[in-house]
Design a protein around this ligand. Structure first.
Ligand SMILES: Nc1ncnc2c1ncn2[C@@H]1O[C@H](COP(=O)(O)OP(=O)(O)OP(=O)(O)O)[C@@H](O)[C@H]1O
Ligand SMILES: [Mg+2]
Length: 456
């Protein structure tokens, strides 16, 4: 919805709720004054000019106009009240009410609204309650309506769960009563900012040698699965790892909601689509994976496998699209392997259990396990390579583990990254692709042996 539509809709809403006066000079509460001034604001501003401005300039412009209006027509207020009123009017005009200042706060990565009077945010991996509240359920539902109408959906008892996104890219999930017992519930995930590997090293998400190892693995076309819990940083790491793909390759990315921001010159980004209100037009991740095979990709990057597309992804990895990358929700490397097995068996093509194992063993070369620790820190917990072949039981060789130290009074997780020598076949694979093996991943004796192989 355009800003103008939003504002005029707000105006209609306000007109519908009769009895609100444009100014608070008669002693009406500030809330009703706000709605009157919102209406006046619409008359005063040039929305055509406004839409050309960036978010912060837009806000600044609106604030100036409201301040002028208040000086001309408003009640006598203390400067604190006045500032609060200006902010409230502008926030509500921009559409998301009390959520606007939270969205403007860069340090917040997630906003969780559990009913009108409970708002939680996540900062630096920690969840905390904030002092923000909607006037009531009606106001919260209005905000929700504004959000979901941008994706042509509606939320009500008959369709109580909706995924949407804000114009700025934030992913939003809405679930309302009767499914939610605490009132309308809104979860907003900030559009993940792209981290470079250097930044991830600086943040101590990964150590330098392991970052170098991952670079060599991606360049040597090893297929890698990133595994971790919700919000552990899988998409962020996938994005950073994709940056290692050489620029001359053709990459197809497939996601439920586009979050990856690849920098290579030759990328085709595909996004799945939910069914519309009539239940038609759905395009699944699986449809896109299958379609991508006819697009001559060198690599396929799938944002997350969580259903039957897993089988298609494994088949793609086994049929010339090695070096593909994806993420899966699991708590350890082994878990990730068996999760892939379960997900792949959800496909309508029934593949015997044994041959699924075969497919997974030959498709996946390495698993990178992420964790979000109690102190909110996201880091690589484990890197393992797949050693099992054919129909054997899954066998992973750990090459990196993060060794935790006991947590001290500061409750900050400390530890160190332990590196183990790469299995021979992996070291050889990197070497054949002319990719360096970081020293700490090559056992001293092994290094000598690799040297002689290279000379031969
Ligand atoms: N290494 C990191 N250091 C600090 N913040 C990070 C790191 N990785 C991710 N984040 C932040 O954590 C949030 C979640 O990250 P991300 O979306 O990558 O996680 P995810 O595991 O893909 O989540 P989901 O399970 O919802 O798909 C984002 O706000 C992101 O910017
Ligand atoms: Mg993700």
């Amino acid at each position: 919805m355009s800003l103008k539509e939003r504002l005029s809709r707000q105006w209609d809403d306000d007109n519908a709720s009769a009895g609100e006066t444009p100014a608070a000079s008669n002693g009406a509460p500030l809330g009703s004054a706000a709605s009157g001034f919102r209406r006046r604001l619409l008359e005063e501003i040039d929305t055509a000019e406004l839409v050309k401005l960036g978010p912060s300039q837009r806000r600044a412009r609106l604030e100036t106009v409201v301040a002028e209006l208040l000086s001309r027509e408003g009640p006598v207020l203390t400067s604190v009240e006045r500032n609060r009123l200006i902010r409230q009017i502008v926030d509500e005009s921009l559409g998301l009410g009390v959520l606007e200042p939270l969205l403007a706060d860069e340090s917040i990565t997630e906003i969780m609204v559990n009913g009108p009077h409970e708002v939680w945010v996540e900062r630096q991996g920690r969840i905390q309650r904030v002092d923000a509240s909607f006037a009531g359920e009606t106001e919260l539902m209005q905000t929700i309506d504004r959000i979901v109408s941008t994706v042509n959906r509606r939320v009500d008892e008959s369709s109580p769960m909706v995924d949407a996104r804000l114009p700025s890219g934030e992913r939003v999930n809405v679930i309302v009563p009767p499914l939610s017992l605490v009132g309308p519930t809104l979860t907003i995930r900030r559009f993940p900012r792209a981290f470079t590997f250097d930044e991830l090293v600086a943040l101590d998400t990964v150590d330098r040698a392991t970052a170098d190892l991952l670079r060599s693995m991606v360049r040597a076309r090893m297929s890698i699965v990133i595994s971790g819990g919700t919000g552990s940083g899988k998409t962020t790491l996938l994005n950073a790892m994709s940056s290692f793909i050489p620029p001359e390759e053709r990459i197809v990315t497939i996601e439920d909601s586009a979050e990856l921001q690849l920098q290579q010159p030759h990328v085709v980004a595909l996004e799945s689509r939910p069914a519309n209100v009539e239940g038609k037009g759905q395009v699944t991740i699986r449809d896109l994976v299958r379609n991508s095979l006819r697009m001559r990709p060198d690599r396929i990057v799938v944002g997350e496998v969580r259903g039957p597309e897993t089988l298609d992804m494994l088949q793609a990895m086994n049929t010339g699209h090695d070096g593909s990358l994806t993420t899966v929700h699991a708590n350890s490397g082994y878990d990730a392997m068996s999760r892939l097995e379960t997900l792949a068996s959800m496909s309508d093509v029934s593949v015997p259990f044994q041959s699924l194992r075969d497919q997974i063993n030959s498709a996946v070369d390495a698993i990178v396990q992420l964790e979000r620790s109690a102190d909110g820190h996201r880091r690589l917990r484990e890197v393992s390579v797949v050693a099992s072949r054919r129909r054997e039981d899954f066998d992973l060789r750990r090459v990196m583990t993060f060794e935790h130290e006991p947590v001290g009074p500061d409750r900050v997780v400390h530890g160190h990254y332990r590196h183990l020598p790469l299995p021979d076949d992996v070291a050889r694979r990197l070497m054949l692709a002319a990719q360096p093996v970081p020293t700490s991943y090559a056992a001293a004796t092994e290094a000598g042996r690799h040297e002689s192989v290279r000379q031969a």
